[in-house]
Ligand binder design. Structure first.
Ligand code: AMP
Length: 216
């Protein structure tokens, strides 16, 4: 099963991607995670992406498409399927992906759209904290750690993403409505989208996700 998970910043893509990947044993790629890892390691790709990512802007399609293409080439167990998180985010990316995968085992089967109202997103984003070591995601309002600043799972230090501030959030939300919502509409016309009400409890969201992926 090949899945795109799409949603605005703070819609729960990262949190539910970890659960989906484990439950269905999928190859998982988050384009945002790859950019962040490259930026912190100071690679060539990181240098190209840094200014865009830190201001909340989309990294140019050419750079992003090449990165995804390179990743697809490394997938050894294509039969297990993938979960693509944070891609495609523009119509050009969607079309480039189709060119890379149409008629192969790598064509996408289903698009999960995580729907959350904008006012809820702002609170989720500004309260988000991530463990430096294991990547677990918390929220100071809705999912605090037992000890402030320390990961419950591994004891690692929690950090706030550089782009999780109100200024870059505004840019990211604009990017989402201008560039990414049209991608959801595009797949909607092909009848490939399952909408998930992601403004609900973790259990409710998880049940909707499993229901959407049943028999896929
Ligand atoms: P995310 O973790 O998905 O919110 O992504 C963080 C940042 O990485 C975004 O604000 C963009 O700067 C960059 N990024 C991630 N995925 C893409 C993509 N598909 N296209 C362009 N830029 C991306």
């Amino acid at each position: 099963m090949n899945i795109f998970i799409m949603g605005a910043p703070g819609s729960g893509k990262g949190t539910f991607s970890s659960k989906i990947k484990e439950e269905y044993n999928l190859n998982h790629i988050s384009t945002g995670d790859i950019f962040r890892a490259n930026i912190s390691q100071g690679t060539e790709l990181g240098l190209q992406a840094k200014a865009y990512a830190e201001q909340g802007k989309l990294v140019p399609d050419e750079i992003t498409n090449k990165m995804v293409k390179d990743y697809l080439a490394t997938l050894s167990d294509k039969k297990n399927g993938y979960l693509l998180d944070g891609y495609p985010r523009t119509l050009d990316q969607a079309k480039a992906f189709e060119e890379m995968t149409d008629g192969t085992d790598l064509a996408v089967d289903v698009i999960l759209a995580m729907d959350v109202p904008t006012d809820v997103l702002t609170r989720r984003i500004t309260g988000r904290r991530t463990c430096k070591d294991c990547g677990e995601i918390y929220n100071i309002y809705s999912k605090p750690t037992k000890v402030e600043g320390v990961c419950d799972r591994c004891g690692g230090e929690l950090t706030q993403r550089k782009d999780d501030n109100e200024e870059s959030l505004k840019v990211r939300l604009d990017e989402y409505s201008n560039n990414t919502e049209p991608v959801i509409d595009y797949y909607e016309k092909k009848n490939m989208v399952s909408h998930i009400n992601a403004d609900a409890s973790m259990d409710e969201i998880w049940s909707s996700v499993k229901e959407a992926l049943k028999n896929k």
